[in-house]
Design a protein around this ligand. Structure first.
Ligand code: 3PG
Length: 208
């Protein structure tokens, strides 16, 4: 997926579920639970041993889901994720090397930033949108509003600490097209195999 397709898809979707999978067997049920709930994006984080295989399974078996890789820290992992079938790459902090590799290979990339200085690095490398992380610790919607007033040409996707009580405030903040988060498909919910609960919760969010 290239950057333009990624932006278009995000504008429709409004939410990127950040998924931490401990067990490979939970990958397909989680993807299907999200899909049934009206969400066709899934960021599988490279924080667990089965992440690469999980991306491979979902990309092969649940074609309606756009699966990407999160918590990518270096080019090597970006390559492994894309080989497995990841359609987009998300990083928690700013890595010029990962951004450039994605651009050279026409892979959508959502780099994480926290400060105005990092945002300026992202601008120099022509990144848009960018992920503001960890947004609740940074100051929440007020911080996003301030960053939007300084960098009005940028689109932000905040993540980190977003939940049922605050995600609408983020989506109503100028400059924000979508939010990222694990709150409606958390590591604990997946471990407890609460797939129906995930679908129910996803439906409430995707209807907004
Ligand atoms: C991310 O990588 O975007 C975050 O881990 C998501 O944060 P959350 O678990 O607080 O939603």
């Amino acid at each position: 997926m290239n950057q333009t397709q990624f932006i278009e898809a995000l504008e429709n979707q409004k939410v990127i579920p950040v998924i931490v999978l401990e067990e490979l067997e939970d990958a397909i049920p989680t993807a299907n639970a999200l899909l049934k709930g009206g969400i066709s994006f899934m960021e599988i984080t490279f924080r667990t041993d089965c992440a690469k295989e999980a991306i491979a399974c979902v990309s092969k078996e649940v074609s309606e889901i756009c699966v990407g890789a999160g918590t990518i820290l270096n080019v090597e992992d970006a390559k492994r994720a894309v080989e497995a079938g990841a359609s987009f790459i998300v990083t928690p902090g700013y890595s010029k090397e990962v951004v450039m590799w994605c651009k050279e290979n026409d892979i959508a990339v959502l780099p994480g930033v926290a400060t105005p200085t990092e945002i300026m690095y992202a601008i120099q490398d022509k990144c848009n949108p960018i992920k503001l992380f960890p947004v609740e610790e940074l100051g929440g919607p007020r911080y996003c509003k301030t960053m939007h007033s300084v960098f009005p040409a940028l689109t932000f996707i905040p993540s980190g600490g977003i939940n049922d009580s605050n995600y609408e405030a983020y989506l109503n903040t100028p400059g924000i097209v979508a939010v990222g988060g694990s709150w409606f498909a958390s590591r604990a919910m997946i471990q407890q195999k609460q797939f129906e609960e995930i679908t129910k919760h996803a439906k409430q969010i995707s209807k907004k």
